[in-house]
Design a protein around this ligand. Structure first.
Ligand code: MG
Length: 258
């Protein structure tokens, strides 16, 4: 089942994708929801990010180029970081390259949407707590990484977390491939076997630190191949079973005041 949020004439709706369009729903997708009976045509709606996350947590440097490069030992403390929910945009929205850099990086990622409160869960239990999966673009401005190693500012600009186009609830993440095309040319295309820390492992780990809540989004890391991009470039992040998340990059005057 593919959940979405969309707008028509600036009014926001929630819905489920069906063959002949989008069926509107009301209620809380993580608890009680129902169809309203209204169906919208795909042509008349603007897709929004399929949810407004409660929080967004990413993991750094989590893919290798080939299985023989997988490390024998996993890090004791994986590199996790938070992204602000104000950085979320939807399909076709513009990603703004901030003042102070001419280039930023795209990072196509599998984004896991948590569906139930999760604390101290084992790796085996993780998928009972997952609501579904969407595509995320963990846009990054390395020019704003702090020299002491902190990534927060470089990950946090408005528009830096495109999500969408849908939350797919009925897929097995193990078989997914995470892809990206820059201006039509493939740059990323990796399966989950190239992940250093698996989705189950990272969510179990996080649940032993913090209570995960319905609506939390975990960005599971980006395959090898992410590149710097400039204004005018178009990025398509894709997981076939979910859809294509397309955004273009623009340069606007956004400055960080000192
Ligand atoms: Mg990333």
């Amino acid at each position: 089942m593919k959940f979405t949020r969309f707008s028509v004439d600036a009014i926001e709706y929630k819905g489920v994708l069906v063959e002949d369009g989008i069926r509107e729903i009301k209620g809380d997708i993580f608890a009680d929801w129902d169809y309203t009976g209204k169906v919208f045509s795909k042509d008349e709606v603007k897709l929004l990010a399929p949810l407004m996350p409660t929080q967004i947590i990413g993991i750094g440097a989590n893919y290798v180029a080939s299985v023989d490069q997988l490390p024998n030992e996993l890090p004791d403390i994986p590199v996790f970081f938070f992204k602000p929910i104000s950085s979320v945009i939807g399909p076709e929205d513009e990603i703004i390259i901030p003042t102070g850099c001419d280039t930023v990086k795209f990072e196509s990622e599998l984004a896991v949407v948590i569906g139930k409160k999760a604390k101290d869960i084992s790796e085996e239990e993780v998928f009972d707590y997952v609501f579904g999966y969407t595509v995320g673009n963990d846009v990054t401005a390395p020019a704003y990484f702090h020299e002491a190693g902190h990534w927060t500012i470089g990950k946090s600009f408005d528009t830096f977390t495109p999500l969408g186009p849908f939350i797919e609830t009925k897929i097995d993440p193990v078989s997914l491939r995470v892809k990206a095309r820059l201006n039509g040319e493939e740059k990323q295309n990796s399966g989950q076997e190239l992940m250093i820390i698996s989705t189950a492992k990272m969510i179990s780990y996080l649940s032993h630190v913090m209570t995960l809540q319905p609506g939390d989004v975990i960005l599971t890391g980006s395959p090898v191949g992410a590149e710097f991009v400039r204004a005018g470039d178009v990025i398509e992040c894709e997981i076939e079973e979910i859809g294509i998340l397309r955004n273009s990059f623009v340069k606007k005057a956004v400055s960080v005041e000192h």
